[in-house]
Every structure is written in C-alpha cells, then in structure tokens.
Design a protein around this ligand. Structure first.
Ligand code: 5AD
Ligand code: SF4
Length: 482
C-alpha cells in the first residue's frame, strides 16, 4: 500500500482531557455540511459500522449511521461489500483494544483488494495519543481517525478524503459541548437509548472514561423530553436513559433540575418500560428511590456497579463510598421498592488486592443477591493514576480469583432465576428465537431472556409469560392468555 499524506487537524491530549476547570457547557444545534460532490459519491455506496463497548458507543454508532444515511450511503451487514467501514472503539480494558487492532489489521487485505474503500476508526480508543500514533504509523489502511467529540464532522472528513485522498486525524480533547439535532438511525424498533448526560467527572483511579469522554455535561431537560415524546409517538416500548453517571444529571445545569425530576417527567410520558444506566452509588438519592418506587413503568432493575466489596480497595479506586454505605443504599432500595433487583460491575485484581480483600467482594455478591454481574480483571489503563501503582499480585492469581468470583456470581444468578419458575412475568417480545422460528424471545423487567412458543405478531408487544424452567443463560416459559 502506498503511503498517503496525513493531515492532522487535532491530536488527543490527556492533559487537556483531564482539565475540569469550570466552564459553561456550550449547547449547539448541529448543521451538517454535505457537499453535492459527497452526495454524488455516496450514490449506490454502502457503509458498515462495527461497535465495541458500552451503550454510549451504541448510541454514537446510531448517530454515525444517521449521518451516513443523510449523505446517501446505504447500510450493509457485510464489510466485504462496504465502501466505508467505521470501527467505533472502546478503551475501557486492554482486551477490547486488542480486538480492535486485530480487526483493523484484517482490513489491510480488503483495502488492498478494494483501494477505494474508506476505513475510519472512531470512539474512545483513539482519544489516546499512543493509539493514534500506532494507527498512524503501522496501519496505513486507516484513512480517518476521529474522536468521540467530533462525530458531527464526518461529512467534512469524508469530503476531504475523496477530494484529496489524504489520511485524516482529528481528535479533540477537553470538550464541554452538547450537540443537538444530529440525525440518527435507531438499531432497534422497540427499544431506544436516550442520552441524558455525557462524560464523567468521577475519575475513579482505574478508569479511562473521564479522559476519553470529557467532563459531565447534561442535555437540557426539554431536549430529553422532546426525544422521548417522539419515541412514545413512534410506538417504542422501552427507553433507557443513558449516561456514565445518570444520577449526576443536572448538576451542571442552572435550572435546578436533577435526575429524579427528569426520570419522573419521562415516566409520565407513558413509555411502557423505562430504564436508566449507569448509576454511581455515591450520588443515588432518596428522592430517586422514591420516584422509582412510585411509577410502575420504571423498571425495578437497578444496575449499580460496586467494583469491590472492600473499604481499602474502594478508597484506592477513588469510589467515594464504603461497603457499608453501599449495603445501606441497597437495603433502602429493597425496603422502598418492592420487587427491586440488582445487577453490578466488579473488578478483580486491583493492584495489590489481598485474598482477604477479594473475599469481601464475594461477600458483597452474596449479601445483595445480584441477578447478574459483569466481572472484569483489572486492566491498567495508560495515563490513569492506578496504572502507576506497582502490583504484587500475579496474573495467574488474578485469573484464579476471577474464576472463583464468576462461580459465586453464577450461583447467585441461578438461585434468583430458579425463584422465578412457576411465576408469571410481563415480557417485552424482542425477536424470533435463532434456533426455532416458532419460539419467541423477550426480556423480563429484570432483563432475563425468556423463550416461549409464540407467533411473530407478538414482537414489540408486552405479554404475560409463565416461567417453566430456568436454564443457564435463559428461561423457558409459556404464554398466559389475558
Ligand atoms: N480494568 C477493568 N475493568 C474496568 N472497568 C473500568 N475500567 C476498568 C479497568 N481499567 C469496568 C468497571 C466499569 C465497567 C464499565 O468496566 O467495572 O463499571
Ligand atoms: Fe469510569 Fe468511575 Fe466514571 Fe464509571 S464513574 S465512567 S468507572 S470514572
């Protein structure tokens, strides 16, 4: 592959990304600049997007899809036939990054076969200078590197690439912007993600997100309501309000709105199912608990990452709560929200974690009786405070603890699922089962996958299903007539 010239508009800078000096959020309305040249170019051409990571990335990909379709590109599920490929990346752990390098590497031969192909890499991973340097120097097949804060400029980048044939890098750090009115394509017909707050100011010592997604900035309440109203009108059955910390919503706004008020206002719009993620235990208020308990359409399934069950480790993680205060919060919710259930995120093998400290984490799983937990082995993220710590725990020991924790979580999850057998639950029907087209799949309020005999006309409806059997990753049930 011939080495193309590189145009660098902006490169990532962790010092700028770390900056949290007070500055007002800039609210802007997107104005896409799509040239007629680009529109002509897109005619009959296809795009493919691969998304790694969390729901924020899924929602960003939906925006990228909206922009590409506005230009005139058509979606394709097969990157072998795509003319534009975007890899939307995640930086939260090293193995997520390894997968991206593998995938981008494999695009080299495709690009050699089809030189006109445009390969773009966006998302959290490229908010890091070292990653940009590697892609720039070793992955000549990449035409465009763009960050989490400049998705709206996709048409400009594509225009520049097709006119100059140069490679482009544009990654902005230190963002304080909320951009409204970008087009988007929703991947799911009945379930929608709605951003309410971007970025994170918590700076947990292991986490890269505050650097890759900038400071906490809330969307205006009326914008969130407008988007949700439209979703209700369009027949959506479920909305998930999104943010790295949804409960920090409104802290940066001047009108005094907080998350509890926003949640209540959205619940009142009449969406059948309302969820929110992710919640930080530190600013989960009693007012929020009250609202969750008051509205039947707010799902009583709370994702509440605790990361570690040990006070010392939590302090070193900079998590701002203790195991006791976490337990107290869970107890308050159990007392005030009938039927509440919990899922969580846990990190094993934080630097210098002792076996006793790890055991406190297992104890927390048993105490709360989680429905499920996402478990991770600690992965040092360059530039974060924890990555500078020396670590006396071997990888082998971390894996051993990880397996032990997975065992504890599975026991808990199995027990919870078995308790559901014989009972009737409302299920939002999602799709036809992959294995049998006479079997439908859907989700309970607490996000358990249920398979039951049914017909395709049920997709997008909420139906009552009696649970007959609990399996490892799903439940089996039967429809209950009204
Ligand atoms: N190593 C391992 N897991 C991490 N997470 C965040 N940063 C790291 C890291 N450096 C996990 C946390 C978080 C979830 C999204 O990813 O558990 O809640
Ligand atoms: Fe990362 Fe902590 Fe912010 Fe979650 S709260 S995104 S773990 S810094």
């Amino acid at each position: 592959m011939k080495n193309k010239k590189i145009v660098i508009h902006n490169e990532p800078d962790f010092n700028k990304a770390r900056d949290r000096r007070k500055a007002d959020t800039v609210f802007t309305d997107a104005t896409l600049k799509i040239s007629s040249l680009l529109r002509d170019y897109a005619k009959g051409k296809r795009y493919f997007i691969r998304t790694y990571g969390c729901q924020a990335n899924v929602r960003d990909s939906e925006t990228m899809m909206g922009i590409l379709e506005e230009i005139g590109f058509v979606h394709s599920d097969d990157y072998n036939e795509a003319d534009v490929i975007i890899i939307n990346t995640c930086a939260v752990r090293e193995n997520a990054e390894d997968k991206v390098f593998g995938e981008v590497g494999s695009l080299k031969s495709l690009k050699a076969k089809r030189p006109g192909l445009i390969v773009a890499v966006g998302g959290c991973m490229v908010q890091q200078g070292v990653i940009v340097d590697t892609l720039k120097d070793k992955y000549a097949q990449v035409d465009l590197i763009f960050g989490t804060h400049n998705i709206e400029y996709l048409p400009d980048y594509l225009n520049e690439i097709i006119t100059t044939r140069k490679r482009i890098i544009d990654v902005i750090s230190k963002p304080g912007e909320v951009i409204e009115n970008l087009p988007s394509v929703r991947i799911d017909r009945y379930k929608a993600f709605v951003n309410i707050i971007y970025g994170c100011d918590k700076f947990c010592t292991y986490c890269i997100v505050p650097y890759t997604r900038g400071r906490e900035r809330s969307r205006k309440k009326e914008e969130v309501i407008k988007e949700c109203q439209q979703l209700v009108a369009d027949g959506y059955q479920e909305i998930t309000l999104l943010g790295q910390n949804v409960n920090a919503y409104g802290k940066d706004l001047t009108d005094g709105t907080d998350f509890a008020e926003l949640l209540e206002a959205v619940a009142k719009l009449g969406i059948p199912r309302l969820r929110f993620t992710t919640s930080h235990p530190w600013d989960f208020s009693s007012k929020m608990i009250e609202v969750i308990g008051k509205y039947s359409n707010i799902m009583k399934a709370i994702h509440l990452p605790f990361q570690s069950g040990n006070a010392n480790i939590l302090r070193r993680m900079g998590r701002r709560y203790t195991p006791d205060s976490y337990r107290a919060l869970v107890d308050e919710m159990k007392a005030k929200i009938p039927g509440v259930s919990f899922t969580t995120d846990i990190i094993v093998g934080f630097p210098n974690e002792t076996y006793e400290e790890f055991c406190d984490t297992k104890k927390m799983v048993e105490y709360v009786e989680f429905d499920n937990a996402f478990t991770f082995i600690y992965s040092p993220r360059p530039g974060t405070p924890a990555s500078k710590l020396e670590d006396n725990v071997s990888e082998e020991e971390k894996h051993r603890r990880f397996d032990e924790l997975v065992d504890t979580v599975e026991k808990c999850a199995t027990l919870k699922a078995e308790q559901m057998v014989g009972k009737i639950y409302p299920i939002l029907v999602d799709s036809v089962s992959k294995r049998n087209d006479e079997v439908m799949s859907g989700y309970t309020e607490n996000n358990k996958l249920v398979n039951f005999p049914g017909t395709v006309d049920l997709i997008g409806k909420i139906v009552n299903v009696r649970i007959l059997e609990s399996k490892v990753y799903s439940l089996r049930g039967e429809l209950v007539s009204e």
